[in-house]
Design a protein around this ligand. Structure first.
Ligand code: ATP
Ligand code: MG
Length: 246
């Protein structure tokens, strides 16, 4: 039982979700380590959504609303922490969820598929009976992408992703929206839009933002996108961390 009075209760709740996902065959061993790296950066960021992060979330919402074929790519960590919100966003935008794992095994695929099925997601791609094509110049089991999903997509949401894959998808001319607490990671540095924030705070905020911006004209969305510069965003995120040391 987690002690609700513990000063770091929220952090313990998410650790618990990570441990349970590992026990349930959803998360690979290294996923637990990746979570620890994320926690470190969250500590430095102050465990809050900064103004800069909120603006970046709004820009991401504008991208979702102006793209033709967006896809939500999910892995073990994302599923462990925010599967409900992923299902909500997929429903809101009427877009597919594609499972893509660095350490892909048939068991993990089935377990993750079940999570999204139980949440009512209609279009789940990347399962073992899907049709795949390799991502050029990318090795390993995360290279194959669904022909109906990421292959066709103009926008790919890849939270908590590895840098190699982000680079190769970006090289295909796709817009990449990424969530990564580490503003220095290769994924953060190569994405079109990098939300430097914890996925557990980002997903509810992103859903709200998509709801808000869905009433806007396309030209207003495009204006918000055009004003955004990911290098400035990353610079601001890094300076927000530096300020915490002053
Ligand atoms: P890269 O391959 O992009 O250079 P990396 O090798 O440091 O990065 P990976 O293990 O490949 O990192 O990917 C995990 C990333 O996800 C890390 O940068 C980590 O900070 C981030 N991360 C972990 N948990 C969360 C979370 N809850 N919210 C947002 N980001 C997270
Ligand atoms: Mg990596």
């Amino acid at each position: 039982m987690l002690n609700k009075n513990h000063p770091r209760y929220q952090s313990l709740v998410y650790r618990d979700k990570i441990v349970k996902a590992h026990e349930n065959g959803i998360l690979a061993d290294s996923g637990m380590i990746a979570h620890g790296r994320g926690e470190t950066f969250d500590y430095l960021i102050g465990e809050k959504t900064t103004d800069n992060s909120q603006n970046t979330i709004d820009v991401a919402a504008c991208y979702f609303l102006t793209s033709k074929n967006p896809v939500l790519s999910v892995n073990g960590n994302t599923t462990a922490l925010v599967s409900e919100e992923i299902a909500q966003l997929a429903d809101l935008l009427d877009i597919p969820v594609e499972i893509n794992l660095y350490y892909r095994t048939p068991e993990r695929i089935v377990n993750i598929e079940k999570v999204y099925k139980d949440l009512g997601v209609k279009n789940i791609l990347g399962t073992d009976d899907d049709d795949f094509i390799d991502t050029p110049d990318l090795d390993g089991p995360r290279s194959p992408v669904s022909i109906e999903g990421i292959k066709k997509a103009d926008l790919v949401f890849i939270p908590l992703e590895d840098g190699d894959r982000a680079e190769k998808l970006y090289a295909l001319g796709k817009d990449i929206v990424n969530v990564d607490l580490n503003p220095l990671s290769r994924t953060a540095q190569t994405s079109t839009v990098t939300i430097v924030d914890n996925i557990v705070r980002v997903m509810p905020a992103l859903i709200k933002s998509v709801e808000k911006y869905s009433d806007y004209d396309n030209s207003d969305l495009q204006e918000k996108i055009d004003k955004f510069n990911n290098n400035v965003n990353l610079d601001t995120a890094i300076h927000d961390i530096i300020k915490r040391f002053e």
